[in-house]
Design a protein. Structure first.
Length: 177
């Protein structure tokens, strides 16, 4: 399957599972939108999740990485599926420190200098993934690339570039609407 066909398969899968909705919505960023990408629909649908993992795996296959990661909650099923697809260890990043049990902000092991690629469901401004990148970098690991299932083309690419991180969208919102 060529790269283009894979992207078309992903677009078809996202539409078929009902992930693309039209109406009046308020996004996590606070912005208003006439469409909503419900990636939770996609990431809880096994067929669509397999397509996402396969497409992300194609991007990852040429990269030198130590782990894949996702921000809790939306990034967890995506990163888990991609971990299974690529055989790379999994790191999950909580939005804040946990102060009970073993504590910490990370689930999964990595060491100083580890190269981690993050997976994100939908990027708008990129705020949540930027926060995760800062935490991972403070812990001594390297993040220079984020794969997002859908980029809403609303500033995340530039914001991440300003941090020295390349955003790789599997699909752009303009491909879906």
């Amino acid at each position: 399957m060529s790269e283009g066909n894979g992207k078309l398969a992903l677009i078809d899968a996202l539409k078929a599972c009902g992930a693309v909705k039209f109406g009046d919505f308020t996004l996590a960023s606070g912005k208003k939108s006439t469409y909503y990408i419900d990636i939770k629909k996609a990431s809880t649908d096994p067929a669509t999740l397999k397509v996402i993992a396969r497409e992300a795996g194609k991007v990852i296959s040429s990269l030198d990485l130590d782990a894949v990661g996702g921000v809790v909650l939306g990034g967890v099923p995506l990163a888990t599926a991609v971990s299974l697809e690529t055989d790379l260890p999994l790191v999950l990043i909580r939005k804040s420190e946990k102060d009970y049990g073993t504590g910490g902000r990370f689930v999964g092991d990595f060491s100083e200098g580890s190269r981690i690629l993050l997976l994100e469901d939908v990027t708008t401004s990129g705020g949540s993934v930027m926060d995760a990148i800062k935490a991972i970098r403070e812990a001594g690991a390297v993040v220079d690339r984020v794969i997002t299932v859908v980029d809403r083309e609303s500033g995340a690419e530039k914001g991440l570039a300003d941090m020295g991180v390349k955003l790789v969208p599997l699909v752009r919102a303009s491909d879906l609407i």
